[in-house]
Design a protein around this ligand. Structure first.
Ligand code: ACO
Length: 322
């Protein structure tokens, strides 16, 4: 058993939908501006009292069902989130209790929009080193809680949701390679500049909001993703044409199109869901993956390239034989 295979996927979006037209009533913006600059048409927003763990639980249960396993088969839980329910315990532990699983390791990973790729990479290493045999990996976010709904530069971009996969040890190839990077020198270009030990007052006043230099983020994201595509192909000695599906982090259609162009890939082979839920950070890749698996686009044995970029800056990729 030297490989890690994805054997199930699940996704969940909260019921409430906020359209671009709704946002026109809240800030000075237009559907046309948002659509043209980002590709986003709507996003899902949690109800009062609904938490990241609530979303993660629904996505996890759907992934468990699609994998045909029971919660008791899982021996590792990793949750990627930037918006955990509590400071502690981790959202992974809260989810573990909901699933009535006891004693196995469960922890959160914080790499913002790259969180799911980081979590997938860690779980793959657990499985390859025989420290786990069946892992639940989740990306779940309630970004609406850290969005300033009066700031048109950021509030149009983000949404809430959760996506999950079940990974299993396998003799046949699954995850072929993962590539993780970070550069904290860019810490101030995309940040919530408040927390428990820095500017705790902002948190207490409910003013811990996403701050972003959109133009700069855009440029570094496109360059970093272009480089990581080369790195991933080279590591596996593959050509651009060997990739069947690009499953990118869903932040902005223009960033996605730039990466597809780099791969000389027709947009028909890029999974795009950003129009339906905006940027859901760590949840966006597993949400997109789940959708394309369930609607039959992604088939067994195809080669998938997952890639993400986010706050930190962090960026990463995973090459998978599905
Ligand atoms: N509606 C209307 N006008 C707006 C809005 C809005 N919602 N937001 C900003 N504007 C205005 C600005 O004020 C500015 O006006 P000015 O020229 O009078 O000063 C004008 O539009 C252009 O602003 P820019 O910021 O230069 O617009 P840009 O073309 O860069 O698009 C955007 C902004 C969409 C944020 C883009 O920079 C982007 O997508 N950046 C990447 C950010 C991102 O994806 N962050 C998510 C996390 S990182 C990740 O997940 C990859």
């Amino acid at each position: 058993m030297k490989y890690t295979k994805i054997i199930g996927t699940g996704g969940f979006l909260p019921e409430k939908i906020l359209t671009n037209r709704d946002l026109e009533q809240m800030v000075e913006t237009t559907d046309e501006w948002i659509t043209e600059r980002t590709g986003i048409k709507k996003r899902h927003i949690v109800a009062a009292g609904q938490t990241t763990c609530d979303l993660a639980e629904q996505a996890a249960r759907r992934a468990i069902e699609s994998a045909g396993i029971s919660p008791g088969d899982i021996d590792l839980i990793i949750c990627a989130t930037t918006t955990p329910d509590r400071i502690f315990p981790s959202t992974a532990c809260l989810l573990q209790a909901r699933l009535d699983i006891h004693g196995i390791p469960a922890f959160d990973v914080q790499a913002v929009c790259t969180g799911f790729v980081y979590a997938l990479s860690i779980a793959d290493k657990f499985i390859r080193t025989h420290a786990a045999t069946c892992a639940l990996v989740i990306g779940a976010e309630t970004l609406s809680r850290i969005v300033d709904w009066n700031n048109r530069a950021t509030c149009v971009l983000f949404g809430d949701g959760a996506g999950a996969v079940i990974l299993k040890a396998s003799d046949a190839p699954g995850i072929l390679s993962t590539h993780l990077h970070a550069d904290g020198a860019y810490k101030d270009l995309l940040t919530v500049p408040a927390g428990i030990s820095e500017n705790p007052g902002l948190l207490q006043q409910g003013k811990a909001f996403i701050a972003m230099q959109g133009n700069e983020v855009f440029k570094v994201a496109v360059n970093s993703l272009s480089r990581i595509v080369d790195e991933t192909l080279e590591a596996n000695q593959l050509q651009q044409s060997d990739i069947d599906w690009l499953v990118p982090h869903q932040a902005n259609i223009r960033i996605i199109m730039a990466t597809a162009k780099k791969l000389k890939m027709d947009m028909d082979h890029v999974v795009v869901t950003v129009q339906d839920h905006g940027n859901t950070s760590a949840a966006s890749i597993p949400l997109a993956l789940d959708q394309a698996v369930r609607d039959g686009r992604i088939q067994r044995d195809e080669i998938l390239l997952l890639e993400a970029f986010g706050g930190g800056f962090t960026w990463g990729s995973a090459l998978i034989r599905y």
